[in-house]
Design a protein around this ligand. Structure first.
Ligand code: DGJ
Length: 735
């Protein structure tokens, strides 16, 4: 049994393959957190809590001996205002208007059914695999608040998925001011903090620093998970690296405002919390009403950051992504954005498609500019009718022309936005998010639609479904190019405006849910000015996401390396683009651009008609190679060998490898940053192979054991020139 409850001791143990998570029900219903770490036996872990009279620690009523204080107790789901001064998981106002919450456990149940948050993305179990769920019912009778804490175990991935359902069990409305998905107290906090920070075109760079006293947070108040801080954090032992050491990773399945924090207290204890950002959040719970938090997944790994990532990759790829496209080979596509921007018509797209077909590309994606009046980014959003005058034909005619060349057809939408210069805005100016007493701000000359309103979601569904039904379209790129300001909804009363940010995301999820359900054969790719909403929540609906608007191969090394900390290669869209690169004006060899794009879902984003014969030959060859390696790249295990964030003397920019799950096949990629004269040779120690097996190493033709490749390493030759790349394919040939 992976969930054990010893009622007489009040002990709860959650065991995954290599981890144990333990709690204790104390007299009075207080729920203490006992332990999270390497798997232990059936020990009585109650010894882990010590009770002492601490200064400045308030004692709840009935604890006259002064040794019990919520401020000292490691807690499972702490409230606010009743003796614990650390960051709360829940804060709520009842009829008295006071900010306070003090939940006590009332029942512990092991469920055979998985319970799921309503209207939110979630990790799902397969019927054939045991995924137990624990429910702890809690209540704060003083205000009538009830909470159900849910824990589902994914044993193989050493993952625990948590979320909470709040219920108003009283007779007067409650206001939830803070409703975190996850809270955890570590008794000792000698950790490094890891986060994925960034900005537009610099998404998900890895930052690591010792956890200091006070609060360290990764957060978004932008209405989307954001390019700036991914909803993911990890706590690692200071000596942990890619291959060894303890790491705890936490990922929130949510695409809106988030708060992911670690708070180190005066005793060195660390509280971790993840959930909807409490700023600008206030949710009214009517009597009998309920509120579900998003899910948060925690993964424990004793084999370093690489081990943590591989567990998350499997969890995300198998238990979060869904639909027919989860396991299908993703098409190699050509997107016309960097080829033409807004200046294209059907003839231009057909010319690109003709070259694409010759190179083995499988799909053409028509990006921004095909609808309404849209020749630049200042008009047309919201008017999802085909601009036939611009294209020179109807959409079905264009799609037929592309399909006749042997390519599938994909299309771009930015559903959540409206241009002031659009028929939709002229018809429905009240459909945007705005505060009644303020003039709404523009971003990229556009407003944000009020996705909290059912009629807006219904309009978008109708408009998008009509396009998808009008022709054979098998892919949608779902873009979102500005964040939210003046988050007010004309559909909500003034006292409920604290619900707008969350209701917005619920509306986005509803639209995604309906479209993915009604068009299961369409592959949806997420995008938000590149990777501005690359999060586990979106991956539930869109199994791949445009990783970044930065298509430069060298910049992509850092972006893709950081992204891979949490997200599997099969979720990262990576395109080969033109040189000089449009974002940084860098010129890199074509082989380096293809090597970088082979770290994920490969595509192209350039005007193929302008390539030389030699460039076309190289690209065609690399596309054929990618298609041959696609099962390995999509399904294999990722091992990061050299971080682009650590500057080495030898000029190696980054290196990584993908190993098939049966260990018979591997692809190794090493990319040089700036060339250095007369450098020492560099040995790249591989990972993830079978030590006793023999591997043929191509292109060198050597046959080496896994032990030699992992111990002594590949002996890399000089890489000539800046930004050169080397790739090796390993095939098991004995052992
Ligand atoms: C931002 C996306 O990231 C780009 O790839 C492109 O689709 C543009 N938007 C179109 O406006």
């Amino acid at each position: 049994m992976s969930i054990q409850y010893e009622k007489e001791k009040g002990l709860i143990r959650l065991n995954t393959r290599s981890s144990t998570y333990a709690m204790q029900l104390l007299p009075g219903g207080y729920l203490a957190h006992l332990y999270y770490g390497p798997r232990v036996g059936a020990d009585d872990l109650r010894y882990l809590i010590r009770y002492v009279d601490r200064p400045q620690a308030p004692n709840p009523p009935g604890s006259e001996d002064r040794i019990f204080s919520l401020n000292i107790l490691p807690q499972e789901y702490p409230g606010f205002g009743c003796g614990d001064y650390r960051s709360a998981a829940v804060n709520c106002r009842g009829a008295d208007g006071c900010f306070a919450a003090d939940l006590r456990a009332e029942a512990v149940e092991v469920l055979t059914d998985t319970m799921l948050p309503v209207g939110l993305p979630h990790f799902h179990a397969f019927a054939s695999e045991a995924h137990d769920t624990l429910r702890i019912r809690m209540a704060d009778p003083a205000i009538g608040l009830q909470a159900e804490l849910y824990y589902t175990l994914f044993e193989e991935q050493d993952a625990i998925v948590r979320w909470t359902r709040f219920i108003n069990g009283g007779e007067t409305p409650l206001i939830l001011d803070r409703a975190m998905s996850f809270s955890l107290d570590f008794a000792a906090g000698d950790f490094d903090w890891l986060q994925l920070w960034g900005g537009w075109s610099r998404e998900r760079h890895v930052e690591r620093s010792p956890l200091r006293h006070g609060i360290q947070a990764a957060e978004s108040r932008r209405g989307a998970s954001s390019s700036q801080h991914n909803p993911f954090i990890a706590l690692a032992s200071p000596t942990a690296d890619e291959t060894q050491g303890e790491v705890y990773g936490f990922a929130l399945a949510y695409s809106g405002n988030h708060l992911c924090f670690a708070e180190k207290d005066q005793y060195g204890g660390v509280r971790v919390g993840l959930g909807i950002h409490p700023e600008a959040f206030a949710w009214t719970l009517e009597p009998g009403g309920s509120f579900d938090t998003p899910q948060c997944a925690a993964v424990y790994a004793s084999d370093g950051l690489g081990g943590m990532s591989r567990k998350f990759h499997l969890l995300i790829q198998r238990h979060l992504c869904r639909g027919p496209w989860r396991d299908r080979p993703r098409p190699v596509l050509i997107n016309n954005w960097e080829a033409t921007y807004f200046q294209f018509n059907a003839d231009k797209l057909a010319a690109i498609a003709a070259d694409a077909a010759r190179l083995g590309i499988e799909m053409l994606v028509m990006d921004d500019g095909w609808f309404g009046k849209r020749d630049d980014d200042r008009s047309g959003l919201g008017d999802w009718t085909v601009n036939e005058a611009k294209l020179g034909c109807t959409l079905p005619e264009l799609v037929s022309r592309i399909r006749e060349q042997g390519l599938q057809f994909g299309i771009w939408f930015e559903p959540e936005m409206v241009s002031p210069d659009s028929d939709l805005y002229r018809r429905h100016p009240d459909w945007i998010l705005k505060a009644p007493s303020r003039t709404p701000s523009l971003g990229r000359s556009q407003y944000v639609l009020d996705m909290s309103r059912p009629e807006v979601v219904d309009y978008l569904y109708g408009a998008m479904a009509a396009i998808l039904r009008s022709a054979e379209i098998t892919y949608v790129k779902w873009d979102m190019n500005r964040y939210i300001t003046e988050a007010g909804s004309a559909a909500l009363s003034p006292n409920r405006q604290g619900e707008v940010f969350h209701r917005y995301i619920l509306g986005v999820y509803r639209l995604l849910d309906q479209l993915t359900a009604d068009f299961p054969e369409v592959l949806f790719e997420g995008c938000a000015s590149g990777g501005g909403r690359f999060d586990p929540g979106m991956l539930y609906y869109t199994p791949q996401i445009w990783t970044s608007d930065d298509t430069d191969a060298i910049e992509r090394l850092s972006i893709q390396y950081g992204t891979s900390l949490l997200y599997p290669p099969a979720c990262m869209a990576c395109h080969v683009s033109a040189v000089p690169n449009h974002q940084v004006a860098r010129t890199t060899p074509l082989e380096t651009r293809t090597a970088a794009a082979m770290a994920g879902v490969f595509g192209c984003e350039l005007d193929l008609t302008t390539l030389s014969r030699e460039e076309k030959e190289i690209l065609g060859r690399e596309i054929a190679r990618y298609k041959r390696l696609r099962p390995l790249i999509m399904e294999g295990e990722l091992y990061r060998l050299k971080s682009p964030f650590e500057k080495g003397e030898r000029g190696l920019g980054a290196a990584w490898m993908l190993v098939s799950r049966d260990k018979t096949h591997a692809l190794v990629t090493a990319v040089q940053a700036m060339a250095i004269p007369d450098t020492p040779f560099f040995r790249l120690r591989l990972q993830g192979l079978l030590p006793q097996a023999a591997y043929r190493v191509e292109p060198d033709g050597f046959i080496l054991s896994g032990a030699a490749l992992m111990g002594a390493g590949l002996n890399l030759p000089y890489i000539i020139g800046d930004y050169g790349a080397l790739t090796y394919e390993l095939t098991m040939c004995g052992g």
